[in-house]
Design a protein around this ligand. Sequence first.
Ligand SMILES: *Cc1c(COP(=O)(O)O)cnc(C)c1O
Length: 409
Amino acid sequence: MLQSTIFDVQNIRKEFPILERKVNGHPLIYLDNAATSQTPRVVIDAIVDYYSRYNANIHRGVHSLSQEATDAYEQARQKIQEHFNASKSYEIILTSGTTHAINLVANGFSDLLKKGDEIIVSALEHHSNIVPWQMLCERTGAELKVIPMSEEGELQMSKYRDLLSERTRLVFVNHVSNALGTINPVEEIIELAHEHDAAVLVDGAQATPHIRPDVQELDCDFYTCSAHKICGPTGVGMLYGKEEWLKKLPPYQGGGEMISEVTFERTTYADLPHKFEAGTPNVCGVIAFGVALDFMNGIGFDRIAAYEHELLEYATKRLLEIEDMRIYGPETNKASVISFNIEGIHPYDIGAIIDKLGIAVRTGHHCAQPIMDFYKIPGTVRASFAFYNTKEEIDIFVEAVKRAKLMLS
Ligand SMILES: *Cc1c(COP(=O)(O)O)cnc(C)c1O
């Protein structure tokens, strides 16, 4: 049966104007949700409303527009706080996205690490979660250790236990792998790190479209996400940090908004969260981010996850009908991402052919080159599903992949 009992997906699709468009003469089938999600009308309306009615700089003007914009911006921060269940609103730092959030923390730790300290990252990381730590190690003399992955695309937890020691200061892991969809055992990773007094940053960019994390329950020290992967606009995201850590870290950038008093002799920094929000922020983006969270919570993350799981199972079953198909990553306990190759065919060629049929997938290394090196492949085709995709779209996608295979072999 193609229809889902979880919700009426056709009604949800009506909220996304872009899903009505055609690409190369075919109805768009958008299966690149792990790269960026599409934007519902309420979020687009919020952006138009902001620029049409109350565009102003925040936290500085006494005039009405500035106050309206400031209120809306701070209300969005509270919404984000509630969504992630942070205990204080100033533990939410608004950033330009996950990359910015991670760099903010990595930069801050420059002053806190010394030679001989160790940082642990996982083998399943996105480049944005590898490079800043390499740079941090170069600056401080700390050493980078990697939790290895298994053939099934899961982290080897026994190896992780072996890596932990009194030298470990920081652990970085993504909640869900963008390349394979693996859901990592972050609770256990955090608990073990804390036994060694190491801080943990969880990159939630890929988890937040599917689940609603509770940062207090996770007990992570830092958590990051990007709005554009959760139906919000590009160029905005957040860093959650425990108050004690945010107080310890120095500011990332100097500028307006982050200072308390400035003289040429000395500057004192503003309190949290402003200490980390130098310059004019993406006011409109932050407000729209809040609207996106309302939209997703209106549907409900339990239903979103259940429906996406149906799509994942259906697509996996149908893709495995294709001969010489190899799907990478774990079979269970994964988000709605399928990374695959067909033996003897370059992933790019499949992506290019199905694009001609209006189907958007990602091909390549997905900013996770080490994973591709592990499997000794140049890349994969990655189809990632959102709650507005349908089983009919998956059928068309599978037929298109079959057609590409015929043309290419
Ligand atoms: C997308 C992504 C990032 C980077 O997010 P930006 O919005 O580009 O900063 C980092 N980590 C993971 C796991 C991602 O999926």
